[in-house]
Design a protein around this ligand. Structure first.
Ligand SMILES: [Zn+2]
Length: 256
């Protein structure tokens, strides 16, 4: 980063894995650089949190990793605001994997010329796709999850952060993360992997390994199940990452 480059600002709206937890919405982040604002994942409760940081009208684009409600439910809240709120420049571009729009639209029985489709411009993305949103270049990869899911990498001013979305071991996230400054990586579960371990999420130790293998400067753990003690996740990720990771907590802003 040269002296004139502005950092990427990553703000955690919510980080609770699978569902909201006490005082913590489900997954959602603001990724900002200069005048550009991207809302990355719209899990339950994140639209309320977003309004603590930005005017919804200033959201330049939305990225949704997949159709599970802890990552997409608040698109419906955003629709309600943009369709019936005080103002709004619409449609707002939304980037999301295939077969994701219809389940979300069905919440409000949106079909055909429904106003839902006037508030957001849906664009399906997959592995290798790239878009430029303001000053931020975004690239996608597909992850190891039971429904179509994209990880997303954000690059600006010579800095970059890649978000895992939800993923088990393998998939496209490790490759997407190569050369990044920081990893925002899910660590839904704890302990060593064994035959009964859920295959479509990462353990904290695995998140540390993925980040170490990619050579990132910084690891931010997210999507911890709300039933877990995060101190254990930090310990397990520290053992494999080689230094102490950050924990994504709601309201925190990181400069990447
Ligand atoms: Zn999830």
């Amino acid at each position: 980063m040269s002296r004139n480059d502005k950092p990427i600002r990553l703000t955690v709206l919510g980080s609770s894995g699978g569902c909201p937890g006490p005082g913590n919405p489900a997954s959602g982040y603001l990724i900002q650089h200069e005048a550009t604002t991207i809302w990355c994942d719209a899990g339950s409760g994140t639209f309320m949190a977003l309004m603590d940081h930005v005017d919804p009208d200033d959201v330049d684009a939305i990225v949704v990793s997949h159709v599970h409600t802890d990552h997409c439910a608040d698109l419906v809240a955003f629709y309600g605001y943009m369709a019936y709120g005080p103002s709004g420049t619409i449609p707002v571009p939304v980037y999301l994997p295939p077969n994701t729009v219809e389940p979300i639209a069905s919440f409000v029985r949106a079909e055909g010329e429904h106003v839902f489709f006037m508030t957001m411009d849906f664009n399906e993305v997959g592995a290798g796709d790239e878009v430029t949103i303001g000053s931020i270049a975004v690239r996608f990869a597909e992850t190891n999850h039971p429904v179509p899911t994209v990880a997303s990498r954000y690059e600006a001013g010579g800095r970059s952060v890649a978000y895992s979305g939800d993923t088990g071991p393998g998939g496209g996230y490790p490759g997407l993360l190569q050369g990044c400054t920081a990893a925002l990586c899910e660590a839904t579960i704890q302990g060593p992997r064994h035959d009964q371990t859920y295959p479509y999420h990462l353990t904290a130790g695995e998140a540390g390994t993925v980040a170490a293998d990619a050579g990132v400067e910084r690891l931010i753990l997210t999507h911890l199940s709300p039933t877990l003690d995060p101190r254990t996740s930090i310990e397990e990720a520290t053992a494999t990452f080689g230094s102490v990771p950050d924990l994504a907590v709601p309201g925190a802003t990181y400069e990447i």
